[in-house]
Design a protein around this ligand. Structure first.
Ligand SMILES: [Ca+2]
Ligand SMILES: [Ca+2]
Length: 491
């Protein structure tokens, strides 16, 4: 592929008011599978990758467009310009749309050259509000591939926004920037403090603080629970694809969301990283325990007690006789938590092309090595995948890099239908308004009817590759292609 591959994922977390949290836990604990899980943000916002911390690509929103036309502007509310490569999924909160891209648009001549950029746009009309830019690491493509920009989808809690820069730095910003007339701290020594600049609250350099050596790019999308946010470090191999420079660095860390201080870390992977670590963690209440679920560089998925980091279980997503890189895969997809289960597909860096894949439903209430005992079902008719699943109404949708969308029975893994998009898929299926939306590398977004029978409702070309996933907020679908951000609504 002409472009470098990395996938972007997403993350969740919200601090829920105590009463809502209690109701939520009561619902999960006491409910049968008939009750919907907390996969909808409930606010009309889309404040993180996946909308909620379980990362299930589902929204309860209604009244969204089934089709549009970016040329005639049918059902197009507004379009905003981005850089030339945009892997960061849009997040919508506090009246603002946030998205990661690169600096090829160069909005500010004082900030020239190749940089990662996080841009903020007004949700109502797409007006550019402010940006934070990051120069590239001097170590170059080993840690920070040229022109790939910010690939993390932010997490917004109140007026605070969290993401990971291309330099492997976790940042906490003020969603209002300097437009609120205040430089919020503890960090107050920003060099650029104009209305188009970002107001930084704190930062945490994962390369300096925990010794991570990101392979090609840092891309984790934060997720939160309580006072903690959770991130993958993207620690990986060096350019030799043999050496692991930081075998003692953690795969996953937890930071205090207000102070940016390290709360816990885990490195179960050690020197067994197959390549990179580009998945992003999820958080949910599973069997009465709030767990962080993390897909890691040795092809295993692990569950941790969120507050303490205590490892609860681990699951190998590769057959024991598989061989890297031919048949053994890494994990780039985000694990989805749904009714005590974890749904996840494995795959490889898109630069490695197509190959065999695996998709699982895992019983995350089990403990220890649950590769055998925790496997509810295994679907092996999928190809390598970097997509994240969507689960609702007894159905699970998952796409693969070979271009197929699979609709399976969520209980048994039996397939109902598949569809060939005829283009590589980096995007993830989104269930919303009785439909499934899915983008592909040819720049098409295909809209399916949500259900056991396959029905294609519409297919629209966006003008260039769609790597991200549609994000619904306040009756609008937000999605990006390589260089533009679209707000789509029924007009
Ligand atoms: Ca401020
Ligand atoms: Ca500040």
């Amino acid at each position: 592929m002409a472009i470098r591959s990395l996938r972007l994922t997403k993350s969740p977390a919200m601090v829920l008011p105590a009463l809502i949290l209690i109701l939520l836990l009561a619902r999960v604990a006491g409910a049968g599978p008939a009750l919907a899980p907390p996969s909808d943000p409930g606010s009309g916002d889309w404040p993180m990758w996946g909308g909620t911390s379980d990362r299930n690509m589902v929204s309860n929103m209604k009244g969204l467009p089934v089709d549009w036309d970016v040329k005639t502007k049918k059902n197009v509310k507004w379009v905003a310009k981005l850089g030339s490569q945009s892997y960061g999924n849009p997040v919508i909160a506090d009246g603002t749309v946030f998205v990661g891209t690169n600096n090829e648009l160069m909005r500010d001549p004082q900030q020239p050259g190749d940089r990662g950029v996080l841009m903020a746009f007004r949700e109502s009309d797409g007006e550019f509000l402010w940006q934070q830019t990051h120069t590239k690491l001097e170590s170059g493509r080993a840690n920070d591939w040229p022109f790939q920009g910010v690939a993390s989808a932010p997490l917004v809690i109140g007026e605070r926004l969290y993401y990971v820069s291309n330099r492997g730095v976790v940042l906490c910003l003020d969603t209002r920037g300097f437009r609120d007339g205040e430089n919020d701290g503890p960090m107050t020594d920003e060099k650029l403090t104009g209305q188009f600049d970002a107001d930084v609250i704190w930062s945490f350099d994962m390369m300096e603080e925990v010794g991570s050596y990101p392979h090609n790019l840092s891309n984790s999308s934060p997720v939160a629970w309580g006072d903690l946010i959770f991130l993958s470090t993207s620690n990986g191999q060096d350019e030799s694809h043999v050496n692991i420079p930081s075998p003692r660095a953690p795969s996953i860390i937890a930071l205090n969301k207000d102070k940016g201080t390290l709360a816990w870390e885990d490195n179960s992977v050690e020197d067994r990283i197959l390549h990179g670590q580009w998945s992003t963690p999820s958080v949910g209440e599973i069997g009465g325990v709030v767990q962080v679920v993390s897909a890691q560089g040795d092809g295993w998925v692990r569950g941790y007690e969120a507050l303490t980091g205590k490892k609860l279980w681990e699951f190998d997503t590769n057959p024991k006789d598989s061989v890297w890189p031919r048949t053994r895969n890494e994990l780039i997809s985000t694990p989805v938590i749904y009714q005590n289960r974890v749904y996840i597909a494995n795959g490889q860096d898109p630069e490695h092309g197509e190959g065999v894949g695996h998709f699982y439903a895992i019983d995350a209430t089990k403990r220890g090595d649950i590769t055998q005992g925790g496997m509810i079902w295994h679907y092996d008719k999928i190809r390598r995948s970097i997509s994240t699943a969507a689960v609702a109404d007894g159905l699970v949708y998952i796409s693969d890099f070979s271009g197929y969308l699979h609709c399976l029975d969520a209980e048994t893994g039996q397939p109902y239908w598949t569809h060939d998009n005829l283009a590589a898929i980096w995007s993830s299926p989104m269930i919303v308004d009785g439909r499934v939306y899915l983008g592909d590398e040819d720049g098409d977004i295909v809209v399916f009817q949500h259900g056991k029978e396959k029905k294609v409702l519409a297919e629209m070309n966006m003008g260039s590759a769609v790597y991200g996933t549609v994000a619904p907020a306040h009756g609008v679908l937000f999605t990006a292609n390589r260089n533009e951000l679209f707000a789509l609504t029924i007009k």
